[in-house]
Structures are given as structure tokens and as C-alpha cells.
Write a protein that binds this ligand. Structure first.
Ligand code: SF4
Length: 426
């Protein structure tokens, strides 16, 4: 597997999803993560330092790989961190607006003015023109989207520049431009419409806008594909193969044979010209390190252990997992499904652990469990912690703008066109 987020000479390897296997952690009882979560509390496994060690060592501040933050962070052991965050937040008042993604740590979510998925948060950022600072507790591509959608007078801050996204990093502008040349050589570029997932860099969103495509989210991917197939014969879906495949097959009724996988690390994407001409969905070989780890075994195992359990997964999961699940939906869908679920019902959820844990604690009348036996945080999202939040807020109070995320104007213009196209989807 290609190294993601790894510095020039990483001392040890660690999974980009921050995976902690059952052997890496000590849980008082295995049931804490694999069976019912009791209302008395969720046993909260701490990510191992090794899981986070390799992030933030790249050198390009615009990259999803992230860089080390400048500045002197407060010590994580400082007992006054929460109070310092409260004081700094109060001092900024309406000048700042704090956004918190659903996968964030509790200690950060506590300070968010609004929580949501990447799309909702981008909309919320755009709806706050009076806020001078948008402090985005999410990952790099989300902060870029916020910068694209907010006014020139607003500044978007990412508290830790190491908070990137491994999926977004799997499709670079150069790779996608080369892929488009391959499509042109096969004679299909003119009939192909690019559809890019929100979880992509500003460069890829810009590429999509330049080529008349649209952005989509996990909530509107079906409508985006419908729209695209109304304009062309094929779709190039970036960068998440699973969302593309699941939407095409499950929602649009295409077959798996209609889909081909374009591997940017192989000449010609590893496909022949004829395969590209025959395909309807050209899927980019990218995936989410968190959702990609759920397997059919995880589903079969939980069904065996918990009779009557409802399996609810995110569409970034593999196709066989989605096909075996009872319900499939975006993060917002998952939250609403649990809210609407009857008391006493049992749910195994296949999405990021921080969210599943919060759902379990918010609904003690329901049996909520993580779908997999090993826990898996989004380690890049978890880079944003209280020390980084305190440091960024206190810096703003002191008049110093740190970790501002900006998108180059030409890229922003085309990316905005692709985002506007998404907002105009029927
Ligand atoms: S959960 Fe997956 S797609 Fe979302 S930020 Fe983390 S790595 Fe990226």
C-alpha cells in the first residue's frame, strides 16, 4: 500500500485510520466496543501515540498530508485548557464561528457553535458572513471548501495543519489530469462527466468545475449521478470508489460490470481503451481508511452475536458491506435513524468511532454498538485537540491569525462552479 501522510523517513509505520486493534488496547470488558453500550458509560479507548505519530510531516501546507503546526502549543496536561478555551472563545464573541465535524473529539466538539458533516458545515460557514474568523474543527479539504464559500473578508482557520484526509490525498491534480488524458486517448473524455465527492482537495473540485462536472456528498450522490448521466454517457467518480460504486449499483441499478477501477499508479489506469469505452462508471481507486476497514465478516459476526440487530453503515464502506447492511446512509442519515429508532432496538453502526460513541451515550434506551471489533478513529480528524484549539483561539485574541487556509483564486473560481452545480441539483 502507498504510504500516506508519512514523512520522509518515518520511524515506524502506523495505519492512517488510527486503527487500534484489540491487542493494542486494554478494555475492562470486550463488550465496551463489540456488544451493547450500557447507559452507565462508554469505555473510551485512547488512541495510541504511535497511531498519530506519522501525521503532519509533509512540507506543503496546501497538501492534505499536512505539516507540523508552528508556534508553541500549551501542554496537553495543562488542567486549565478547557477554561482557557472558554475565555478565548468568549473574548472573540461574534468575530469567530466554530464548526465541529461529527467525527471530532468530545473535548473539541464541546466548543463548536454548530456540528455537522462536511457539507452542512460548509453551508453553515457560508451563512455567517458577519464572522471574521471561521475556526474549522475538521480536516483540510473542509477548511478549503469553507474558504471557497465564504467572503474575501473572512479567514478560515484549521487549528492543526496536520489534519488532512487520506482519501482526499489519494487523488492529486496531476494524477487526475493524466487520467483525463488517458480518457481522451480512449476517445471517451468528451462523453465523460466528472463527479467529485466533497471529500476531495480544492484542486480536484477545481478540475471538476473546469470539465463541467459537479461535486456531490453522500446525501446527494444519487441525484448527482442522475444529473451527470443526463449530460454524458460516462461518469469519472473521484476519489472514493466505494461511494461511487455503491450509488451506481444500489441506487441507479447499474451492474458491477458497468464499473471499472482506474488505478492512478498503473499505466493507463490499469485499463484498456476498450474497458474504458465499455464502462459507464469509471471509479477512482481511492477509499476512506476508516470506513474501508469494515468487512462482510464484521456484519456476519455481529448478526450472529446480537440476534435482531440492525446494521447501519455509511456508503463509504465496501460494496459487500453495504449490500449486507439493513440501512445505508450519510452521517446525518445515521444520526436521524438512531433518533427515530424504537426503544430497545439494537444497532451496529459502521462509521467513525467518536460519532458512534456519542450516539451510544445520547441514546441509552437503545443498544448501540460499533460494527467492528477493532476500534478505528479518523486519526487525522483527531489531530485537532484541545491544545491546538486553545493555541489557535488565543492567537486570534492576541491579533495573530494562525493556520489560515486559503485557496488560490483561479482554483477557487472553478471549484465554486462545481459546488454551485451541486447546490443546483434537482
Ligand atoms: S473519515 Fe475518512 S474521508 Fe473522513 S476525513 Fe477521515 S479519512 Fe477522510
Amino acid at each position: 500500500m502507498r504510504d500516506l501522510y508519512h514523512g520522509e523517513k518515518p520511524p515506524v509505520r502506523a495505519p492512517p485510520c488510527g486503527k487500534i486493534t484489540a491487542t493494542d488496547i486494554t478494555l475492562p470488558e470486550e463488550r465496551a466496543l463489540t456488544t451493547t453500550v450500557e447507559p452507565t458509560g462508554w469505555t473510551d479507548p485512547d488512541p495510541t501515540p504511535a497511531a498519530l505519530l506519522l501525521l503532519g510531516r509533509a512540507t506543503d501546507p496546501d497538501s492534505e498530508r499536512g505539516v507540523d503546526c508552528p508556534g508553541a502549543l500549551p501542554a496537553a496536561s495543562d488542567p486549565s485548557l478547557a477554561e482557557r478555551a472558554r475565555v478565548a472563545r468568549a473574548a472573540l464573541g461574534d468575530r469567530a464561528f466554530l464548526l465541529g465535524h461529527h467525527y471530532q473529539r468530545d473535548e473539541v466538539i464541546e466548543f463548536a457553535d454548530v456540528t455537522g458533516d462536511s457539507f452542512k458545515l460548509a453551508q453553515q460557514a457560508a451563512a455567517r458572513p458577519e464572522a471574521e474568523f471561521i475556526v474549522f474543527c475538521g480536516v483540510h479539504f473542509m477548511a478549503e471548501s469553507a474558504d471557497i464559500l465564504t467572503g474575501a473578508h473572512q479567514r478560515v482557520i484549521l487549528p492543526d495543519l496536520a489534519a488532512g484526509c487520506s482519501m482526499a490525498d489519494m487523488a492529486t491534480f496531476d494524477q487526475v489530469s493524466e487520467a483525463w488524458d488517458v480518457l481522451a486517448d480512449a476517445g471517451v473524455a468528451d462523453v465523460t462527466v466528472p463527479v467529485s465527492y466533497m471529500n476531495s482537495s480544492a484542486d480536484i473540485k477545481g478540475f471538476t468545475g473546469r470539465h463541467g462536472g459537479t461535486i456531490c456528498t453522500s446525501s446527494n450522490a444519487e441525484r448527482a449521478l442522475d444529473w451527470a448521466f443526463g449530460r454524458g454517457e460516462k461518469v469519472l467518480f473521484l476519489p472514493d470508489q466505494h461511494l461511487g460504486r455503491n450509488t451506481a449499483v444500489r441506487d441507479l441499478g447499474l451492474s458491477l460490470d458497468d464499473c471499472v477501477l482506474f488505478d492512478p499508479h498503473k499505466p493507463g489506469g490499469g485499463l484498456t481503451g476498450q474497458q474504458l469505452r465499455d464502462a459507464k462508471m469509471i471509479l477512482w481507486r481511492g477509499h476512506c481508511s476508516v470506513h474501508g476497514r469494515f468487512t462482510l465478516d464484521s456484519v456476519n459476526d455481529v448478526r450472529e452475536r446480537v440476534p435482531g440487530v440492525n446494521v447501519l453503515v455509511h456508503p463509504e464502506c465496501r460494496h459487500e458491506v453495504v449490500a449486507a447492511a439493513d440501512q445505508v446512509g450519510s452521517t446525518e442519515y445515521i444520526i436521524k435513524a438512531i433518533e427515530a429508532a424504537p426503544t430497545g432496538s439494537a444497532w451496529a453502526i459502521g462509521t467513525e468511532l467518536n460519532l458512534v460513541k456519542r450516539l451510544a451515550l445520547a441514546h441509552p434506551d437503545k443498544r448501540i454498538m460499533f460494527l467492528d471489533k477493532a476500534v478505528c478513529f479518523c486519526s487525522t480528524m483527531n489531530r485537532i485537540d484541545l491544545p491546538h484549539l486553545v493555541w489557535s483561539l488565543e492567537s486570534l485574541v492576541a491579533g495573530e491569525v494562525v493556520n489560515q487556509i486559503t485557496v488560490e483564486p483561479e482554483t477557487a473560481r472553478y471549484a465554486r462552479a462545481a459546488l454551485d452545480q451541486m447546490l443546483a441539483l434537482p
